[in-house]
Design a protein around this ligand. Structure first.
Ligand SMILES: [Zn+2]
Length: 62
C-alpha cells in the first residue's frame, strides 16, 4: 500500500492555531475602549503553524 506523500498543514500544538490573543490591561483609554496587548504564541511566534523543532530552536536562539 502506498501512502500519500503530501503532509497536511500542521497546526501549532501549543496554541491549536490560535496564535495571537488580545489581553485586556484592565483600564480604558480616553475613547472608552479597553486597552489591550497582543500576545503571540511563543512556540510558533504568532504564525499558528508548527515548524520542525530544529527551525524553532534556530529562530529562538537569536
Ligand atoms: Zn502556537
Amino acid at each position: 500500500m502506498e501512502q500519500p506523500r503530501t503532509a497536511p498543514p500542521r497546526i501549532c500544538p501549543n496554541c491549536d492555531g490560535f496564535s495571537a490573543v488580545a489581553i485586556t490591561l484592565g483600564g480604558r483609554d480616553r475613547a472608552g475602549t479597553r486597552r489591550t496587548i497582543t500576545a503571540h504564541c511563543p512556540a510558533c511566534h504568532g504564525t499558528g503553524k508548527h515548524f520542525s523543532r530544529r527551525a524553532v530552536i534556530a529562530s529562538a536562539g537569536r
